[in-house]
Design a protein around this ligand. Structure first.
Ligand SMILES: [Zn+2]
Length: 351
């Protein structure tokens, strides 16, 4: 039996090495008014078959994002060790305290897990979870996929999410993963953005790694789940852990290939509210807009006749993210207008 893994307040005695499918927990010790003398179980599953790569899959990095949490449980229910050439390590609800609290960040320390990498053993539960992953899981991983959605205040076009990294060889591997995921769009995050995120730290450790954003608004839909499911299966085929002829892959006939890459041209890509009020959207996700085109009106909260702002796009592009909810405050984003970039430009981002 493999030795138990520990890191700061976290402990896991699930055997990650033995063949078979095992469902267990990483136990988080945390003492406050609610949790004294107890532990918080963070779910983890390992499915190990024959020889092959180790693939990390995760959802619930932000607690109020659900597609990944649902789809990874679906996968755990379907896959057995005989289906897998290698080892799948699946954490469907990564920041479990945040999941339980229906929040983006942890109620224990207000930690945003995706801004807590590479983590630390003694700076709160959220950094400890990040540190456990960095110290115990990323070193044994050959590939990683972290599934996100828009959460409470955003709806995304269904997209892969590709963080550029400064290693051109790894960057090209990540692009292949985005193409295998095959979402209608892939949003590209430029070099140096959110260095304390899961993806950049995985890249620093040489692990090909992709994220995605599927819908949002703290819910899910048949469409977003379908894009995510096809994406996960395409990703698993690309890594070699699941055979192209597996019955699961045959079930998703007409699997689409090809994705359109989108990127923020500059910080003006985010259209901002300059006044507080009631937002009236004038565009939909995925709409093509041009520079100067109105994308939302903001009405005064106090006067029925007052439009205090007509928010406009600063350039041509596609509505990639849209705010959910209608009440906005000064400084809130309204939507994001991203520009399409071609494959060659994507490659040259890091060369
Ligand atoms: Zn997220």
């Amino acid at each position: 039996m493999a030795p138990a893994l520990s890191y700061g307040p976290l402990f896991c005695d699930l055997d990650l090495d033995k063949p078979g499918r095992r469902i267990g927990e990483i136990l988080l010790t945390h003492s406050d008014n609610i949790h004294c003398y107890g532990t918080i179980p963070i779910p983890i599953t390992v499915i190990k078959g024959g020889d092959g790569p180790t693939v990390l899959l995760s959802g619930g990095n932000h607690g109020n994002e659900y597609e990944g949490q649902i789809l990874l449980r679906r996968l755990i229910n379907i896959l057995e060790s005989k289906d897998v050439n290698g080892r799948l390590i699946i954490m469907p609800s990564l920041n479990f305290p945040a999941v339980k609290d229906i929040q983006r960040v942890s109620p224990l320390d207000q930690g945003n897990l995706n801004r807590s990498f590479p983590g630390a053993p003694d700076q709160g539960p959220t950094k400890a979870i990040a540190g456990f992953i960095t110290n115990h899981l990323l070193p044994i991983a050959d590939y990683g996929l972290d599934l996100h959605s828009g959460g409470a205040h955003a709806n995304f076009v269904n997209c892969g999410f590709l963080c550029a990294c400064d290693d051109p060889v790894l960057h090209k591997k990540n692009i292949k993963l985005a193409e295998a995921f095959g979402a209608p769009y892939t949003v590209v995050s430029p070099l140096g953005n959110t260095a304390d995120g899961y993806d950049p730290v995985a890249h620093t450790m040489g692990v090909p790694f992709l994220s995605c954003e599927l819908g949002g608004n703290c819910g899910s839909s048949v469409e977003t789940l379908d894009v995510g499911w096809r994406g996960i299966l395409g990703f698993l085929v690309e890594t070699g852990i699941l055979n192209e002829n597996h019955t699961l892959i045959q079930q998703i006939e007409n699997r689409k290939h090809g994705t359109r890459y989108l990127m923020a041209k500059d910080h003006h890509a985010n259209v901002m509210a300059t006044h507080s009020g009631l937002m009236e959207p004038l565009v939909e996700l995925g709409d093509v807009v041009s520079a100067g085109q109105p994308v939302a009106k903001i009405h005064s909260m106090h006067g029925a006749l007052d439009i205090v702002q007509t928010a406009k796009s600063s350039h041509d592009g596609i509505i990639a993210i849209q705010r959910t909810g209608c009440l906005v405050e000064t400084g809130n984003y309204v939507c994001s207008v991203y520009s399409e970039i071609k494959h060659d430009a994507l490659i040259s981002l890091v060369e």
